[in-house]
Design a protein around this ligand. Structure first.
Ligand code: VG1
Ligand code: CO
Length: 614
């Protein structure tokens, strides 16, 4: 502690009401651990007589530190192997750099929310974040019990409690545990992921950081609800579900959904993948909506997700897929990812692509979901997401936006009142009820659509199924065949060279050129100018768009923690209903072959086969 100097912060008195019995309990723990004199927890002489014991001073340690390389955030927060985050000051540096990047009025005496997906290292990380927040003058932290709160719930709580922002301790769909990944995201005051203007500043500050400000208080007990107070700094441990559930009850018609879930001819199953939605599934689907308790599987959040990869897709949610495609499978199946913002929707022996899912939700929202009763304001998708949503926007005559990959690009459009429903092909769907994609919301949206379609069906009458809804949609709008090939953890050098090679092809390409049976309409590296604030995001994915609307897109992932993950997105529009039943892989075969040969993927990466096909 020699190199550590202390400064003492004078704090203002608190009203009596905030002195709960829990406060005294925590103070007594505190005084057992540290002699009061050392902690300088003392009554202020200027305190009003009604609250003599309430005004105290807490110590702020200024700890010297040095910059650490590589703390640049990707598509969604900073993600690294957990071992890296556990290195000295790694997390603390980033958190302090964040405070150094925000205007003080955005957090001083303000309220921040703290949540996480329950993964390994979250408990330690929560204590570090709380102490640094207090050291930088934050007034209050609202933290989910046991540090648990899903990404969409953090966004909901920030908005409801009018907080200044919030932290999410999660590497989302990346695996967890001592050998795997950890991550941190910061969301701003309207609940949206911090824009690049902020994350770029944070990165800049990680390169020049020299001091961490932290308060000298004991660890907060995150296992019981209640408020702990030190001076005018409060930590409130909150139920991670209640604000979120209240919002869902306002968005959806719970009676309508309950009617469906209570039918004996409708069977529902939800796989929480031992991730954060385990904490939400029972209170929402079982307790509120009447689903049977055994309809929830893997419903207990675990630090290593039960050795699973909490990514709800056809590869990693295999158990659910097997149930849904098995003999006498349920009518409706869904799964969510590590932090609860992704979703996968399945019918009996039927997979709904996320690109179709958002389009179908948008097409049915007005009639099936009370929140959208006056109709959606506008629709948006990420660039690689299929054009199914574009067709709905056109038919409903709605404003439409195409943004780069990553949810942070939707927030400005929502705040400006231009956007209601949006999605990404990567199993992310959501709306302007919050500023994150929302897994449980998507499941409730689909249940609402199925319930609405079947609301007048008598027992014994055949119900409209998930597959029926999707096929009807295709018949009305046409089908956008879509597939994504992921090549995970390639050597970075080869992957980067491949992208350079493709950029070079783009620069030499000309409209009208023949690529096999396809004629090029244009090729580019996607660039987006935010229509609200004018900010520009460039190099967001190499696109080859053909005259019949078919597309091939190449990107490198910005969420991995090792090597480079190459993503190839392939799409082809099919208006002919007689061809809609085709298997997507078969329908897309010529375009997939073209995508592989055009990019020389095998030569650059040495990969014969993708790791994941969606
Ligand atoms: C991926 C997806 C992207 C999504 C992001 C965060 O990013 O492609 O659509 O927004 O993950 O999702 P990338 O850069 O790896 O392609 V989550 O559930 O990790 O918050
Ligand atoms: Co996620």
């Amino acid at each position: 502690m020699d190199s550590v100097f202390f400064s003492t912060l004078k704090l203002t008195p608190l009203p009596n009401a905030s002195f709960s019995s829990r406060h005294f309990a925590s103070l007594s723990v505190l005084s057992r651990k540290f002699p009061i004199s050392r902690l300088s927890v003392k009554a202020s002489s200027s305190a009003p007589s009604t609250s003599t014991a309430n005004s105290q001073t807490i110590k702020i340690k200024s700890m010297p530190t040095k910059p650490i390389e590589g703390q640049k955030t990707g598509t969604s927060g900073l993600r690294k192997k957990v071992k890296v985050f556990m290195e000295e000051n790694y997390l603390a540096n980033w958190i302090q750099a964040l405070f150094n990047s925000l205007p003080p009025e955005d957090y001083k005496d303000g309220v921040l929310v703290l949540g996480g997906d329950g993964r390994y290292f979250n408990r330690e990380a929560a204590q570090i974040i709380i102490k640094i927040a207090a050291g930088n003058g934050v007034g209050k932290i609202l933290v989910g019990k046991e540090g648990i709160m899903s990404t969409p719930a953090v966004s909901a709580v920030i908005r409801k409690q009018k907080a200044n922002g919030g932290f999410i301790m999660s590497a989302s769909h990346n695996p967890g545990g001592p050998e795997y990944d950890w991550g941190i995201k910061f969301n701003y005051s309207s609940g949206q992921p911090a824009p690049e203007t902020i994350t770029d500043k944070i990165y800049g500050n990680t390169l020049s950081i020299s001091e961490i400000k932290m308060v000298d208080i004991p660890d907060i007990d995150l296992s019981c609800l209640g408020v702990t107070t030190y001076g005018n700094f409060n930590v409130e441990v909150v139920d991670p579900v209640s604000d979120y559930l209240e919002l869902m009850e306002n968005v959806f018609d719970f009676q309508l959904i309950k009617g469906l879930l209570s039918r004996s001819d409708f069977r529902f199953t939800f796989d929480a993948m031992h991730a954060v939605t385990g904490a939400y599934a029972k209170p929402i689907f079982v307790d509120k909506l009447g689903a049977s308790p055994d309809s929830i599987s893997n419903g207990v959040p675990l630090e290593d997700f039960g050795h699973g990869h909490p990514d709800p897709n056809l590869t990693y949610a295999k158990d659910l897929v097997n149930i849904m495609y098995g003999v006498n499978g349920p009518d409706f199946g869904a799964a969510s990812d590590g932090d609860g913002d992704r979703n996968m929707i399945l019918g009996r022996s039927f997979f709904v692509t996320p690109s179709d899912s958002v389009a179908i939700i948008a097409a049915n929202a007005q009639e099936a979901i009370p929140y959208f009763q006056s109709g959606p304001k506008g629709l948006a998708r990420s660039m690689p997401t299929s054009g199914a949503l574009d067709c709905v926007a056109e038919k409903l005559n709605l404003p439409f936006f195409e943004v780069p990959t990553g949810w942070k690009f939707f927030g400005n459009l929502m705040d400006a009142g231009k956007l209601s429903i949006c999605g990404e092909e990567s199993f992310g769907t959501g709306s302007d009820h919050i500023r994150e994609k929302d897994g449980i919301w998507a499941v409730l949206a689909w249940l609402s659509i199925i319930a609405y379609r079947n609301k007048d069906k008598k027992p014994g009458e055949k119900l409209a199924s998930v597959a029926d809804v999707v096929k009807e949609h295709w018949a009305t709008y046409g089908r956008n065949f879509f597939s994504r090939y992921d090549y995970e953890e390639c050597e970075s050098e080869g992957a980067n060279k491949m992208i350079e090679y493709l950029r070079d092809l783009v620069s030499k390409s000309k409209a009208g050129e023949k690529y096999g049976n396809y004629a090029l309409q244009f090729a580019d590296d996607f660039s987006y100018t935010d229509p609200v604030d004018g900010s520009v995001a460039s190099k967001q994915g190499v696109r080859f768009v053909f005259t019949d609307g078919s597309r091939i897109i190449y990107r490198l992932s910005g969420t991995g923690s090792a090597g480079a993950t190459v993503r190839i997105y392939i799409e082809q529009f099919e208006p002919d209903v007689s061809k809609h039943e085709m298997d997507a892989q078969a329908a897309l075969k010529p375009l997939i072959d073209l995508a592989l040969s055009l990019s020389k993927l095998k030569d650059f990466t040495g990969r014969e086969k993708p790791t994941v096909i969606t």
